[in-house]
Design a protein around this ligand. Structure first.
Ligand SMILES: C[S@@+](CC[C@H](N)C(=O)[O-])C[C@H]1O[C@@H](n2cnc3c(N)ncnc32)[C@H](O)[C@@H]1O
Ligand SMILES: [Zn+2]
Length: 273
């Protein structure tokens, strides 16, 4: 049985080599790239369909160089405290799956019978996750209509991704956890300073929900020194600034051979009441 449910009728999906199907005969082909598209036409109209190929490739190249290992380590240490045998983990807005894959490998090294799925509104991202790790189920789907049944998740993750707290509350079991990772206001200030004349800090928004209690909050801050222009461009291209920046300002980044920048991450852990 799959972790996914049918986006049309909400019944559980089963899968064979080629398709996912529910007992009401709704079928979803498994793409050549081994993910399933569970986006409904309503949700697929969402703006820009998530990250495109360029952003996904840039993020993959950058993360694989280990620049954000400091954050991964913290996510794994938070996860370690709440893992248990038979754990079901869902990563919402998983991107190309670097965190998803690392968390899965860590979980299976610690406990048995781990089930994991990743969803992303971008089909390119869903394909990249499926390529990374065939033991993790991968779907193109929206955070606003997560194709997971009610109260089945032990751990829900949202790493730098948009999330809908009512959907997370719906799919999380009682006493299950939601781990949210987000940029703090001073994240990438050095990168922003090298592009813009005046730089302002984006304050993160708190997530408030009666269904969850916050059990932990961590802030991770460090300086990153990058001395490869390719890595600097990858960092820039994986951020939302890439598409919001004029060609002239983009050129400023392309001309850099070194960059020193702050990195600053928040990790909030919530338990479902
Ligand atoms: C900044 S990336 C983070 C990806 C990954 N979690 C990581 O940290 O490497 C945000 C991701 O959220 C996805 N996304 C954007 N809107 C979404 C939505 N409404 N539902 C699901 N995913 C979404 C994008 O396609 C993108 O892959
Ligand atoms: Zn169905």
């Amino acid at each position: 049985m799959s972790l996914f449910i049918c986006p049309v009728c909400g019944e559980k999906l089963e899968k064979n080599d080629k398709t996912y199907f529910c007992r009401n005969n709704h079928c979803y082909d498994i793409a050549k790239a081994k993910y399933v598209n569970l986006l409904m036409s309503r949700t697929s109209k969402e703006k820009r369909h998530g990250d495109d190929k360029l952003m996904i490739q840039a993020r993959k190249n950058f993360l694989e160089k280990g620049y954000y290992n400091i954050l991964l380590k913290e996510i794994l240490s938070v996860t370690e405290n709440i893992l248990h045998d038979g754990c079901t983990i869902v990563d919402i807005g998983c991107g190309e799956g670097w965190y998803t894959d690392n968390i899965y490998k860590f979980a299976v090294s610690k406990v048995s019978d781990v089930k994991m799925a990743g969803i992303d509104i971008s089909k390119t991202a869903a394909a990249a996750l499926a390529k990374r790790n065939s033991s993790i189920e991968s779907a193109a789907a929206s955070a606003k209509a997560v194709p997971i049944g009610n109260e089945v998740c032990d751990i829900c993750l949202s790493v730098f991704a948009p999330c809908d707290i009512s959907e997370i509350e719906r799919i999380t079991r009682k006493n299950g956890y939601f781990i949210r990772v987000y940029p703090l206001e001073d994240h990438l200030l050095g990168l922003k300073r090298s592009i813009y004349d005046s730089v302002y800090e984006n304050k993160p928004k708190e997530i408030v929900s009666d269904g969850f209690e916050k059990t932990a909050k961590k802030e991770i801050r460090s300086m990153l020194h990058i001395d490869s222009s390719e890595d600097i461009i990858n960092l820039f291209m994986m951020t939302p600034y890439y598409y919001k920046t004029s060609r002239a300002d983009q050129e400023k980044i392309r001309g850099l051979s070194e960059l020193d920048t702050e990195i600053a991450f928040g990790i909030d852990v919530y338990r479902k009441c």
